[in-house]
Design a protein around this ligand. Structure first.
Ligand code: FES
Length: 132
């Protein structure tokens, strides 16, 4: 069986075409590395108590309940001010432009374009792991 050969022109065309394929479409690109996790002692987060900690230099709220844990960013999605939990109204408030977020992080008033995001987290034994 004769070996297949490419002319110089065909070879250059093949190389050029392969470089035009976006990296996300190629099979030879490894999956992006998972972000490192930040570990906290689970005892620091009593069930039903909102605790603010820093993850990756940003404030997040940790709230445990009977079924698990929610770790929510406390960075306003409008211009990045730190929001706080208003216990009397049961809303998150942003002091910069008077925005309000519902307990699930959805925007209910003000200029923020998106809800407060929930950070990936899991309980691992006696530790809480939060993706940075
Ligand atoms: Fe929060 Fe503008 S920065 S409402």
């Amino acid at each position: 069986m004769p070996a297949a050969t490419l002319s110089r022109r065909e070879l250059l065309a093949a190389v050029a075409a392969s470089s035009l394929v976006p990296a996300a479409c190629r099979n030879d690109v490894a999956a992006p590395p998972r972000p490192p996790s930040v570990a906290f002692p689970l005892a620091r987060f009593p069930s039903g108590v909102r605790v603010t900690v820093q993850v990756g230099g940003h404030p997040v709220e940790v709230l445990r309940d009977g079924t698990g844990v929610t770790v929510r960013s406390l960075v306003c999605t409008h211009q990045g001010c730190e929001v706080f939990w208003d216990e009397q109204e049961s809303v998150y408030r942003c002091p910069c432009h008077d925005a309000k977020y519902a307990p699930d992080g959805q925007v209910i008033a003000g200029p923020p374009p998106r809800p407060l995001p929930v950070r990936p987290a899991r309980i691992d034994g006696e530790r809480l792991l939060v993706e940075a």
